[in-house]
Design a protein around this ligand. Structure first.
Ligand SMILES: Nc1ncnc2c1ncn2[C@@H]1O[C@H](COP(=O)(O)OP(=O)(O)O)[C@@H](O)[C@H]1O
Ligand SMILES: [Mg+2]
Length: 282
């Protein structure tokens, strides 16, 4: 797996083509609360790029800024630019962005609870105009990636497990035939084994369908094993970025985000030095 990850990393870097570029954006909520303080990131075509960081770091805000979902939150991008395929997309609404091939899977999954699993998946195809046969073929494609959903196709989504709902949300996104998926906190609330399963599917979709992923994760450990490149966000700023393999080996990342250091696992006793060094890191 290491070798495959390295190859993919190299391919993405060599291709040198960014599907998405976020340049120095600032986001303010309610006209006064400055949350993103100049965030820049690049998402190479074909990559899995991760935005990492603790609760409240600004990961969701970054994704919502990209997909233009901030308005309903009384949030606004007040500085910087967001380019998709070298075109400014700041003024587009979310459905125009879906037409460009960029779709967001929101944090917390958001299924239509009263619809069945299959009906939920089909809602993902609403922008498509290529006919029923093509849509049915993609439904089968989704069921190939998520066999569990095929078993549960007739079940009401509201009665499925958290893991299944995450799969429904991802499957629904795939039904729009995206080039790029913005995936917010896919591991949230899931047991470790399921988290691993979800990331395996992300990897497969990335490799087999060529879908580019920008994912936000608090679970640094799993994200850095599957992503090619990572940006660490703290308090609305990128404090570190690099190829995932390098971040995994970085002593500060190990200590603060992977819960380990040369001396072994960190405990809550270390919280004081943690705060001190974290200030320095930021
Ligand atoms: N609608 C909102 N109004 C005001 N503040 C918000 C809103 N949404 C998020 N925030 C604040 O912005 C910061 C970043 O939040 P968020 O982007 O959700 O972080 P993350 O996804 O990394 O946990 C937090 O301090 C949060 O309280
Ligand atoms: Mg979030």
């Amino acid at each position: 797996m290491l070798d495959a990850a390295k190859t993919a990393e190299k391919t993405a870097r060599n291709a040198g083509e960014n599907l998405l570029e976020v340049n120095n954006i600032e986001v303010i909520y309610n006209h006064v609360i400055l949350v993103l303080k100049g965030v820049s990131l690049n998402v190479p075509k074909g990559s899995i790029t991760a935005i990492l960081g603790g609760n409240g770091a600004g990961k969701t805000t970054t994704l919502k800024a990209i997909s233009n979902l901030l308005q309903s939150e009384r949030g606004e991008v007040t500085k910087g630019t967001i380019l998709h395929m070298n075109e400014n997309v700041a003024e587009l609404n979310p459905s125009a962005l879906v037409k460009r091939g960029v779709i967001q899977v929101m944090e917390g999954r958001h299924c239509f609870e009263h619809l069945t699993v299959e009906e939920n998946l089909l809602t993902g195809a609403y922008t498509r105009t290529d006919g029923k046969a093509a849509i049915n073929a993609d439904l089968e494609m989704v069921y190939d990636y998520f066999p569990r959903l095929k078993e549960r196709r007739k079940s009401q989504a509201g009665y499925t497990s958290g893991g299944e709902q995450q799969m429904v949300a991802m499957g629904r996104a795939l039904m729009s035939r995206p080039d790029m998926i913005l995936l917010d906190e896919p591991s949230m609330g899931l047991a470790p084994q399921l988290v691993e399963q979800i990331f395996e599917i992300v990897k497969k979709v990335n490799e087999q369908e060529g879908v580019t992923f920008l994912l936000a994760e608090q679970n640094t450990n799993v994200a850095l094993r599957y992503a090619h490149y990572g940006y660490i966000l703290e308090n609305g700023r990128v404090v570190m970025d690099g190829p995932a393999a390098e971040l995994r080996e970085n002593p500060d990342v190990k200590e603060f985000y992977l819960g380990m250091s040369d001396e072994g696992r960190k405990s809550f006793r270390d919280v004081r030095s943690y705060r001190r060094r974290k200030r320095w890191l930021a």
